[in-house]
Design a protein around this ligand. Structure first.
Ligand code: ATR
Length: 272
């Protein structure tokens, strides 16, 4: 029952109406019998929103999504080491009027991949060099993988490679080199609904020995993953990163383990 003691958690983004976070966390709260609620806020002015949320005592945690993961850092009191290195925050804990940001995207990516393979010494081709790629590259480096980044704008790939100490950087025109990789990860939004028929890679470069991970989770099985599965490659769906990253957020906010099976069921049932 919602009453004057209910603790409030939220996601901020713009747009945010597509977010499955409210369904996922509210189902988890219900399962554990907690007097907490999770809401989605479509934010027009980030600074006013953050200062407003900070000044409300029963707002306890904020999940941050596109396009605020980087900009939000400016309004926080502190960051953990990983959010600092990645340069992006996806969860903010509100405690005694202080806001502390963390990044769990990299943990989500690590756990999603580790369900299928060991990462140490694996050759990984990361497609894209934006914010999501930074979290993925950070995760892979931590686990001792050998990362090469491929990006439409080669200079951005090179910059990321230099900053994170990756193996190499190429433009997408050299994407035939991904054939040598053990793991291929799409971190761009290419293939996301409503443009689910677009492929970021030439099908000829996806081979049966690959493990292909697409961080796009709408549709649940992207065109890239379907293609990979058709070729006999192993695949990792994007929702796994949301699930494992979300379980970390749950633990960070509540100091409790979230009900993983319940949260996964919500995601699977609500993604087509
Ligand atoms: P995010 O934070 O979600 O990673 P971003 O920082 O805007 O978003 O990064 C988007 C990434 O997807 C970039 O690497 C971008 O390539 P550019 O650096 O060349 O812009 C890549 N990307 C977006 N649309 C693309 C497309 N149609 N084809 C290839 N790469 C694309």
């Amino acid at each position: 029952m919602i009453n004057s003691h209910t603790e409030i958690y939220c996601i901020i983004g713009n747009p945010v109406k597509h977010s499955l976070s409210p369904l996922m966390y509210n189902e988890a709260f219900k399962q554990l019998g907690l007097n907490k609620i999770f809401l989605a806020f479509e934010v027009k002015n980030l600074k006013s929103a953050i200062y407003g949320l900070k000044s409300i005592e029963n707002i306890r945690g904020i999940v941050v999504t596109v396009p605020f993961k980087e900009k939000v850092i400016f309004y926080l009191d502190s960051l953990d080491e990983t959010a600092e290195k990645i340069g992006a925050v996806n969860a903010v804990k509100c405690e005694n009027g202080c806001l502390k940001g963390i990044n769990t995207d990299w943990i989500g990516a690590t756990k999603a991949l580790e369900e299928k393979t060991v990462l140490k010494s694996k050759k990984v081709a990361v497609i894209g060099a934006g914010g999501a790629a930074r979290a993925v590259c950070f995760a892979l480096k931590r686990k001792g993988a050998l990362v090469t980044v491929f990006n439409r704008t080669r200079e951005k790939a090179q910059k990321l490679s230099d900053e994170f100490g990756l193996e190499n950087a190429f433009g997408l025109e050299n994407q035939d080199k991904i054939k040598e990789a053990d793991i291929v990860i799409n971190t761009t939004s290419v293939g996301m609904t409503p443009q689910e028929n677009v492929l970021v890679l030439d099908p000829a470069n996806i081979l049966s020995h690959h493990i292909v991970f697409d961080i796009v989770y709408t549709p649940s099985e992207t065109k890239l993953l379907k293609l990979a599965r058709g070729k006999g490659a192993k695949t990792v769906k994007g929702y796994k990163m949301i699930l494992y990253g979300g379980l970390e957020i749950f633990k960070y906010f509540l100091c409790l383990d979230g009900p993983a099976k319940v949260m996964e069921k919500v995601l699977v049932n609500n993604l087509s």
